[in-house]
Design a protein around this ligand. Structure first.
Ligand code: SF4
Length: 245
């Protein structure tokens, strides 16, 4: 494990701690876990967790984990990605992994900014936001990550705030135990370039929806947190293995 190089106060610390707790619970139940992360500040998490880990290139966490899961269906595989890594460089891989219902868990560290490269807008930055790359204001509308994943066919979609440790542990645990494509968006303050710890006063928890359409409405407000939707559906690996043997 490497020395932690995140800025003091970064929301990534809370994600790391919550995932340690959730993964220990899963391991105690007898499962093996392997993880992968992409490029960006979040990507260092592969160095900080004492698990088999693979640090891959920009946006390629889903295809890498798809191969890993196909090769060893007994593994629980978890990918970490950032909003830039996953929704700028890698958005097509996320969409295809979700529509295939690949049995992987993705945890998206959404801080709304490219932190590692010191403060440019990403696909989730708010319209009008002034950053280093948009001194006159961001001209683009943001992607709502949960809505995108719901529309793509993900069978477990949730959002949590990095300041809510207990909820994060529970959601991570349930996402890992879900059979199918699980997506957890974590609202992760970047203290250096997009500090929104104050959002804690505004986030609210919603109950699970009965349909994808209801879930889409529930997660429209980016302050809404909860497990928005779950569904049991045949996974990509089940179909592939059945067709081979
Ligand atoms: Fe965290 Fe932002 Fe620092 Fe990166 S730049 S380590 S996201 S606070």
């Amino acid at each position: 494990m490497g020395r932690i190089s995140w800025c003091p106060g970064c929301g990534n610390f809370a994600i790391l701690r919550a995932f340690e707790k959730a993964s220990q619970r899963v391991i105690k139940e007898g499962y093996d876990i392997a993880i992968s992360s992409g490029i960006g500040c979040h990507g260092k998490i592969s160095d900080y967790l004492n698990l088999p880990s693979f640090h891959v290139i920009h946006g390629r966490v889903p295809p890498f984990l798809t191969g890993l899961k196909l090769a060893n269906p007994n593994l629980i595989v978890v990918g970490f990605s950032g909003d830039g890594d996953g929704l700028n460089e890698g958005v097509e891989h996320f969409v295809h992994a979700a529509r295939r219902n690949t049995d992987i868990t993705i945890i998206l560290h959404n801080n709304g900014v490219f932190g590692l490269t010191t403060g440019q807008v990403t696909a989730t930055s708010p319209k009008g936001w002034k950053s280093k790359s948009t001194p006159y204001g961001n001209p683009e509308y943001p992607i709502n990550a949960c809505q995108l994943m719901l529309a793509s066919g993900a069978t477990f979609v949730a959002r949590v705030f990095a300041g809510e440790q207990k909820r994060m542990v529970e959601v991570f645990y349930r996402a890992m135990k879900h059979k199918g494509f699980s997506f957890v968006e974590v609202l992760q303050p970047c203290v250096s370039f997009n500090n929104f710890w104050d959002l804690r006063k505004e986030v609210f928890w919603v109950e699970k929806a009965e349909s994808v359409y209801e879930a889409m409405r529930k997660c429209e407000d980016v302050r809404a947190c909860g497990i928005f939707y779950t569904e049991e559906k045949e996974t990509y690996e089940d179909v592939v293995w059945r067709s081979m043997f």
